[in-house]
Design a protein around this ligand. Structure first.
Ligand code: PLP
Length: 466
């Protein structure tokens, strides 16, 4: 295929997209394929001679759509949403065509300067103080890794990067059972070790207990260990729980710990002032992550990290060989120095398109609807004689289980989940709550309607009775 053919194939792809998105509601949500079935459709090696685009496109239509779990399906209520608002899809198409590598200011000045402007817009939209600077990372896992590496280097006086970790002090990072597994991964990659990630007790609301945090830090210090960082959660993946930030961030600040707040999912809800009571104390954080690619609508991947003082993270991550220096340009920002990877995509463009095409009011309305509809569904399910709501609606996430008389609820709930996902009209996933196997329900797909959400009641009730 040559550039001259681009218009034709791009138009063909656009027609396909329009049909796909327009008929998505009629498809089953989770792929029905068995492991290995799709792999068997590919020849063992790449073609020696070029295939024509007609054949390639026909193979795409034959193999791909039915092998997908449809994340943009309006009845996708699993995990957390990974939205792709149409305006951000257009921005991604333009990004793909320009294919700019945005590692340094000079490799794409507009990408850098738009990134500064867009993270500024988002900082204000989320009600964060002016002092925070933003950077767009690929995922929350990367943002959290960057924060954990910074915790490590700050605690070691920035000697870990130069001298390595062996034989040094044991660093301790504090979190709770509600933290995301990306924190555990960051702890491993940073060389801190699973044993030094301390799970602090929580209260009845699943928020970190401030007295337990202070006691754990003091006990570690007395034992000759080195408290380095605190990782808080706003909107945990399992049950949507949030820490009460102010008391624990105050303790961390008083005792010299670097702090990171993971609001990967629920951060988007902070564009609505009425949800901001959970943000109380956020101005005390050193690092905050939220993913516009989850609930807000920016095409995956798009994770924004806000930093109170980028200097510590830049000192941790920046390496400046001659071939990466920008000559004769004082005062520019090179965002690769704030990131793990050197190469960076032009992600600010989709935020620019998204915020302008829907406006903050349009995005707020969607999030408010999702929260309201999730509560309405939870309230209706609660009245079903064989359904028990196991955790309350936090933002737009609640959990439930199936409790038919005379059956083991864990087994019954597992069976119900399997029936729901095999049926295909909805897609839900599981977690545990107080040791019980439960089903998560998360509302957040960009185009879902109240009908999509409430129709889940009928599907769940029908399959529970079957
Ligand atoms: N933090 C929370 C609370 C999450 O729910 C997730 C993913 O769902 C992550 C972090 C990791 O996000 P990412 O896939 O962007 O690395």
């Amino acid at each position: 295929m040559e550039y001259a053919d681009y218009r034709r194939w791009s138009a063909r792809a656009t027609d396909w997209i329009e049909h796909y998105l327009g008929t998505l509601r009629n498809r089953r949500v989770r792929a029905a394929t068995k492991p290995g079935e799709i792999a068997a459709m590919f020849p063992r090696s790449a073609p020696e001679r070029a295939d024509d685009m007609e054949t390639i496109f026909a193979d795409f239509e034959r193999i791909v759509p039915d092998g997908l779990t449809h994340w943009q399906h309006p009845r996708f209520f699993a995990y957390f949403p990974s939205n792709a608002a149409p305006a951000s899809m257009i921005a991604e198409q333009l990004t793909a065509a320009m294919a700019a590598q945005c590692m340094l200011w000079q490799t794409s000045p507009v990408a850098t300067e738009m990134e500064i402007a867009m993270t500024g817009w988002l900082r204000d939209a989320l009600g964060l103080p002016d002092g925070f600077s933003g950077v767009i990372q690929d995922t929350a896992s990367t943002s959290t890794l960057a924060a954990v590496l910074t915790m490590r280097e700050r605690a070691l006086g920035f000697s870990g990067n130069s001298s390595g970790l062996s034989g040094g002090e044991k660093l301790r990072i504090y979190c709770t059972s509600e933290s995301h597994s990306s924190l555990n991964k960051a702890i491993r990659i940073a060389g801190i070790g699973d044993d030094n990630l301390v799970s602090v007790a929580t209260d009845e609301d699943l928020a970190m207990s401030a007295p337990a945090l202070e006691a754990a830090i003091r006990a570690d210090t007395s034992a000759g260990l080195r408290p380095a960082g605190l990782a808080c959660i706003i909107g945990g993946t399992s049950l949507g729980a949030s820490d009460r930030l102010r008391p624990v961030l105050e303790i961390a600040r008083r005792l010299g710990l670097y702090t990171h707040v993971d609001a990967a999912w629920a951060g988007s809800a902070m564009i609505c002032p009425e949800f901001r009571p959970v943000w109380d104390g956020i101005e005390l954080a050193d690092s905050i992550v939220f993913n516009p690619h989850k609930w807000l609508g920016a095409q995956f991947d798009c994770s924004v990290q806000f930093l109170a003082d980028p200097g510590d993270q830049v000192r941790t991550l920046a390496i400046r060989p001659e071939y990466l220096k920008t000559l004769d340009q004082a005062g520019t920002v090179d965002f690769s120095e704030w990131s793990i990877a050197l190469g960076r995509r032009f992600r600010a463009l989709k935020i620019w398109f998204l915020l302008r095409a829907y406006g903050l009011e349009g995005l707020r309305e969607r999030i408010r609807n999702h929260v309201t509809w999730a509560s309405e569904l939870a309230a209706k399910l609660e009245r079903h004689p064989e359904i028990e709501i196991t955790s309350p609606c936090r933002f737009s996430l609640f959990t439930f289980r199936h409790v038919p008389a005379g059956s083991d609820p864990d087994a019954a709930t597992r069976l119900l989940l399997q029936k729901i996902n095999d049926d295909g009209r909805l897609y839900l996933t599981q977690t545990t709550c107080e040791g019980k196997f439960v089903i998560r329900f998360v509302v957040g797909q960009f185009d879902c309607t109240q009908d999509d959400v409430m129709s889940a009641y009928d599907v769940i009730a029908e399959l529970a009775a079957a």
